[in-house]
Design a protein around this ligand. Structure first.
Ligand code: AMP
Length: 537
């Protein structure tokens, strides 16, 4: 050993080994499909993760093989997050909301050898199992016998030892895998290394990251199949805090009930979840007695109005940005000390931005003329690099141009960076509206519209226009019982935007189509409404 420091690998097995040893009695709670709560501890999760690893080896799983999960958030899923790596394999989370054709494609492309599946998701599995390569299907059941052709998880791990010998892993080995659920093209696989997950967990735990400590009660609402629930189950295990898993019940009342009952202090989810929770709180403000909760919001832009509204309920929304390719945390919006004295409106405007790049994440905005200045105005494609940013897609060499020649990842998001370093996402590259050569941010318009008292949701798309090439068109869902006309909404936007930004038309619909990850499916909206202006309606 002649280096300066010891060669100690940053590997995921350390997280559960440490939690099992230092925090063996810290409780973990999972809500089951029937609404009841199942409780366990880190000591127990560690023992069962070892048993799972032993069982996977017995099934013939070898170093680097993929073991898939198709499951909601619960502690047995956490056991797989650690048990699969302890066996030297790669845990690959499948998203049950995807179309069966996509699931068949993803499982085949990843060459998943074993699947761990929730009994409540067996119907979803049946729709693609005959096209998937699984050699064994293991069922997380709630009492029923495993159906024919499957193995019961509890029976599988029962004969195994509580502790197996863990080989020394290389920190750059793959440990996890997730496919992006983009709105165009084939899903693309990202392999996470041990090192990426460990460094990401350390950064997330910091106060300037997401601020998670041992005394917290962490409730990841964001699914464990979506970028590892933003890495939170790993971060929670790293710090040894209590974790509360909501299972399949993601409606506002179930979540609020769980927050109250389990004294949750930190949670995370997409804006749609928080909008539902806000509606419930506004309906019955005194019903739930909550701790002060830090609520991380990401996945899509959080409207400023949402952040303001939660403050009125004493709940703190923290806006963050990331991607499957970035493990996911890229930026987090918290106010620098020097900005705390700004007028309220300016403070909210900053909190509504996506935030400062995390430590070890470099960010730049690239326009046609090279790197854009940090002036908060010049838009261009956001590029990032860092130790938890993917360097390639799994076995997809034709997408190498997603990385710049000097090694930055091209996010496909359009952004500005201001003089203080705050990144603001203004669009996806493909959703940006180009009107008469000028760029218009659909996201800014959507967020402003969602601040109108009558508007539940709004999506703005580029509609074809013979004169300007493209013009903004707003698709609006009104709140139940509320009313607003196109003129009302136009009048509401006019003071906030340049004249040429105001949408040419407002279409009212009952629902906005979404992707499997809960984001607006703008391609479907463009197919349906893209020619609306040309029609003259
Ligand atoms: P995914 O890989 O499915 O997590 O999607 C990543 C994409 O979601 C990013 O490239 C952004 O387009 C979008 N996204 C994530 N977080 C935010 C955010 N806070 N604001 C706006 N868009 C976001």
């Amino acid at each position: 050993m002649d280096g300066l420091m010891m060669d100690y690998p940053l590997t995921v097995d350390h997280l559960i080994e440490r939690a099992g040893r230092l925090f063996p009695t810290v409780p973990l709670a999972s809500r089951l499909p029937d609404g009841s709560i199942s409780r366990t501890t880190y000591g127990e999760v560690r023992r069962r993760a070892h048993r799972l690893a032993g069982a996977l080896r017995r099934l013939g799983i070898e170093r680097g093989d993929r073991v898939a999960t198709l499951a909601w958030n619960h502690h047995r899923h956490l056991e797989a997050y650690f048990g699969v790596p302890l066996a030297g394999a790669v845990f690959h989370t499948l998203n049950p909301r995807l179309h069966p054709d996509d699931l068949a494609y993803i499982a085949t492309h990843a060459r998943d050898r074993v699947l761990l599946v929730d009994d409540v998701l067996l119907p979803a599995l049946e729709r693609f199992r005959d096209r998937a390569p699984f050699e064994h299907v293991v069922v997380w059941s709630h009492g029923d016998a495993a159906p024919e052709g499957t193995l019961d998880y509890e029976e599988l791990i029962a004969p195994e030892a509580d502790e197996i010998a863990i080989p020394r892993f290389d920190e750059n080995e793959a440990v996890g895998m997730c496919y992006t659920s983009g709105t165009t093209g084939r899903p693309k696989g990202v392999l996470y290394s041990h090192r990426a997950i460990v460094l990401h967990s350390l950064m997330s735990a910091t106060k300037s990251g997401l601020g998670i400590g041992q005394g917290d009660v962490l409730c990841p609402v964001v699914p464990m199949f979506h970028v590892n629930a933003w890495g939170l189950p790993f971060t929670g295990t790293l710090v040894g805090c209590t974790q509360v898993f909501p299972g399949p019940r993601l409606d506002a009342e179930s979540l609020l009930g769980l927050y109250e009952q389990e004294d949750v202090t930190i949670s995370a989810g997409v804006p749609t979840i928080w909008m539902g929770i806000l509606e419930a709180l506004e309906r019955e403000p005194d019903r739930w007695k909550l701790e002060p909760i830090n609520m991380i919001v990401g996945g899509s832009a959080a409207p400023e109005s949402l952040i303001r509204a939660f403050d009125r309920h004493g709940l703190n929304l923290i806006h963050a940005w990331g991607m499957t390719e970035t493990t996911p945390l890229g930026t987090v919006s918290s106010l620098k000390r020097a900005l705390l004295d700004l007028p309220e409106d300016e403070r909210y405007a900053i909190r509504a931005k996506q935030g400062l790049p995390s430590a070890f994440v470099d960010a730049r905005v690239m326009g046609p003329a090279g790197e854009a200045p940090w002036d908060g105005e010049t838009m261009g494609e956001l590029e990032v690099r860092g130790p938890w940013v993917a360097a390639s897609y799994f076995e997809t060499p034709d997408l190498a141009d997603k990385w710049s020649p000097d090694g930055w990842f091209r996010t496909g998001d359009v952004a500005t960076i201001d003089a203080d370093g705050y990144v603001k996402i203004t669009d996806r590259v493909k959703d940006l509206i180009k009107s008469g050569g000028e760029w218009i941010s659909s996201v800014d318009l959507e967020n402003a519209l969602m601040g109108h008292a009558a508007v539940r949701e709004a999506a703005v798309i580029a509609a074809r226009d013979p004169k300007w090439d493209e013009r903004p068109l707003a698709i609006v869902v009104l709140k139940e019982g509320a009313s607003a006309t196109a003129d009302d909404l136009r009048g509401y936007l006019e003071p906030k935007f340049a004249k040429f930004w105001i949408p040419d038309a407002f279409v009212f619909v009952d629902e906005i189509p979404r992707t499997a990850a809960g984001k607006f499916l703008k391609s479907a909206l463009r197919d349906r409404f893209g020619d609306e202006l040309a029609k003259g309606s």
